[in-house]
Design a protein around this ligand. Sequence first.
Ligand code: 6PG
Length: 241
Amino acid sequence: MTKIHRHPDPDSLAQATAEFMQAAILERVKQVGRAHVVLAGGSTPRSTYQNLGRLLAQSELAAGSLEFYWGDERCVPLDDRASNFRMASESLLAPLPAGTFEAHPIECGGNAPAAAETYEGLLRLAFPSAARPRFDLVLLGLGDDGHTASLFPGSPWLAEAERWVAAEHVDELRAWRVSLTPPAINAARTVVFLVQGEAKADAVRQVMRAAHDPVRRPAQIVEPLDGELHWFLDEAAASRL
Ligand code: 6PG
């Protein structure tokens, strides 16, 4: 099931996305006592995370209710301004009562392949004896080139069928990245793309309407096997649909 949610502007988009994420998280916590949530990086999610942090802080969650993971990370120190962990920590995690959550950052300071191995090991402990990690909610962004997480056009990891976490030197960025692979993303119960702004409108159109070619448009690889796919867009990002 794929659903598109269109909102007039960035502020209403951030509020609606936060409310959707809160509802999905609280439903899962109510069902099984815990929610496993994968966070996106980049800059778009910041205001959504600020809203979600406030909503979850008011939700009277028991200790240990939330497990946060990252869909990808830049290979920088966790306190670096470019760190996806730092961005989420400042916006989403800061207002949450201590003990409510456990954060599992991708620590990729120096050796990305080793960091990917380590993170995969962490996930396999979190989802023991599972063929795939069944995250309750995965939030993803979209690059203007159609990338998502750190799966960039032409990445060999787009064809990965077994590994859950990958490391790649992204030539156009001249930097190493660590990312969840398609199998890890597509095993989720709910996947949410959060995209805003005119600059992303062409990428949104290409991913949604152009021929299926994930090597050129990596976000097209996201097709939850047994889960829901939601697109949260502001009107600017949706303007070419
Ligand atoms: C990252 C991301 C990446 C991001 C998109 C959109 O580490 O950069 O995970 O996939 O979501 O590039 O980034 P913006 O939200 O900054 O446009």
